[in-house]
Design a protein around this ligand. Structure first.
Ligand code: AMP
Length: 510
């Protein structure tokens, strides 16, 4: 027998096994009225109501529904209310600038767009049939009794979400993740991080970012309370862990640094001592940060590695019994590697040092970009664009990046996109955008610029970019140069430009 693996399974299980458990605690401090708390029975009913509402709007199976929102219970509900009945959820990065959002909405062909009240102005600037402000949701969750039309032919290979991600091109690409991709990513993730029905999950990671790495699905299936955090803040994270008895959270290394800073100022015992597991990915975490998580927080540190295109789970690194007798620093060193392949994942490093993977979580394709899809999957392996090695214990170590991407605070920034924005300024003749190491953000977006000799300042250039790009993509460091290193054929030699900034670093990514 084969039963299609769809994201409906997660909410259906929660409703049948844990109907009376609290599903979420919504962010109390947000512009819309917080929802709930709802039980899983109520969450399932509201997801049905949302699906029924989309029926009324005549959004077909396969139709795209975009949500532009910080973490919120409404976005969490949409993971099921939209994809659960065969439509495609497009969760959009709320930090993006208006032209970036316009591109994504247009490219995805969304029929419906929901936006957080703080972002509602963007709705007037979109060419979309149905737009709604989250919170003014009499319509979104029309009536609890509403029954949607069943998805006639549930298909595990149908696209469930499209996640736009910045890569090596000037425009972001839409990563098509199928129900099967998401299902297997979420359950395999749950297996390796031992998600049980006794967990309490804190949504520190943005849900739009590769669907919160699968947590909205697996925590729902296990009937766990999900505490929604709208804005990352170290002290607030500690406070919520304390208040709600949180056992698990995920985040980029920059988030962990914020928590460590807040812990240093914290009065009294650190919340979640010997209870919390923190899963870290997005950039290579420094060994020292890993050691501090054990020493100063007494939380378990787990690292995973992957990309939006791989749903994301490829490798996992969790302390194993063989390391029990090691001292803290030795264990931290071993944990600083990206990890070993998760169940069902195959990883190799090709002759050029690129990490490549095969797994059931690897994307179906880039939405309406068959050429980019063929390149990414060339030879039957997914090309990560990351440079690394597999060490003699079989652990993947990410040491380098083949692709022209900067990772700042765990978010990808395409160098080309920032270069394009800067080149649009009349005083800019040449530009190279590179990542430079930074203690807090991992990498800083750094622009090396040759001007036409006019008196343009850093502030002018940043203000110019701000109209086109999200805040986290703006150049944080600008240096003016007389010329930029190029090859004989005129190609920028970025490795030469990066060299002075990275020369004291063992790894060429941070
Ligand atoms: P994204 O698609 O935005 O999730 O970004 C994926 C990229 O983040 C990967 O290609 C890597 O460059 C980087 N990344 C993710 N996890 C790790 C990790 N554990 N160590 C090093 N780099 C990572």
């Amino acid at each position: 027998m084969q039963v299609p693996l769809t994201v409906r399974d997660f909410i259906d299980r929660a409703e049948s096994v844990y109907p009376d458990r609290i599903a979420f605690v919504d962010e109390p401090d947000q512009p819309a009225t917080p929802l709930g708390p709802w039980t899983y029975g109520e969450l399932a009913a509201k997801a049905r109501a949302q699906a029924a509402f989309l029926d009324d709007l005549r959004v077909p199976v396969g139709g795209r529904v975009a949500v532009i929102s910080q973490n919120s219970a409404r976005l969490l509900t949409s993971f099921f209310g939209v994809s659960g009945w065969g439509r495609v959820l497009v969760p959009v990065n709320f930090r993006l600038a208006v032209p970036e959002i316009q591109y994504i909405i247009e490219h995805s062909g969304a029929d419906v767009v929901y936006a957080d009240p703080a972002l509602k102005d963007v709705l007037d600037q979109l060419d979309v049939t149905h737009t709604f402000v989250l919170g003014e949701d009499d319509q979104m969750f029309a009536s609890e009794a509403a029954q949607p039309r069943e998805w006639a032919n549930p298909d595990e290979n149908a696209t469930a979400t499209i996640n736009y991600t910045s890569g090596t091109t000037a425009r972001p690409k839409g990563v098509q993740l199928t129900h099967r991709n998401l299902w297997l990513n979420a359950t395999t993730f749950g297996l390796h991080t031992t998600v049980s029905d006794r967990d309490v999950y804190l949504h520190t990671l943005p849900m739009f970012h590769c669907n919160g790495w699968g947590m909205p699905y697996i925590q729902t299936a296990m009937g766990n309370k999900q505490v929604v955090l709208r804005q990352v803040d170290g002290a607030e994270i500690l406070r919520r862990i304390d208040e709600h008895g949180v056992t698990m959270l995920c985040g980029a290394p920059a988030v962990i640094s914020m928590v460590l800073d807040a812990a240093a100022e914290w009065d009294g015992p650190i919340p979640g001592r010997d209870r919390v597991r923190v899963v870290v990915a997005g950039a290579p975490p420094p060994t020292r940060t890993i050691a501090r998580v054990a020493d100063e927080l007494s939380w378990e540190f787990i690292q995973i590695y992957g990309l939006t295109e791989t749903a994301p789970l490829l490798t996992v690194n969790r302390s194993r019994t063989e390391w029990d007798d090691l001292d803290g620093l030795e264990r931290a060193k071993r944990l600083s590697r990206a990890g070993v392949p998760a169940l069902g994942v195959r990883v190799r490093v090709d002759g050029q040092g690129e990490v490549q993977a095969q797994s059931n979580h690897v994307l179906e394709g880039y939405w309406e970009q068959p050429d980019a899809t063929a390149d990414a999957l060339d030879g039957g392996w997914f090309h990560t664009g990351d440079g690394g090695i597999i060490d003699d214990e079989g652990y993947v170590v990410i040491a380098d990046r083949k692709k022209d991407v900067i990772i700042s605070g765990g978010e990808n920034v395409s160098s080309i996109e920032v270069e394009d924005a800067l080149m649009a300024h009349p005083a800019v003749r040449e530009v190279a955008v590179i990542g430079t190491p930074d203690e807090k953000w991992g990498e800083l977006v750094t622009a090396l610029i040759v001007t036409d000799g006019s008196d343009v300042g850093e502030d002018d250039l940043v203000a110019h970019c701000r109209e086109r790009l999200a805040g986290y993509k703006l150049p944080r460091r600008i240096e003016f140069r007389d010329e930029l290193a190029r090859t004989a054929t005129g190609k920028l030699q970025k490795f030469k430009l990066r060299e002075p900034f990275w020369k004291d670093h063992e790894r060429q990514v941070n």
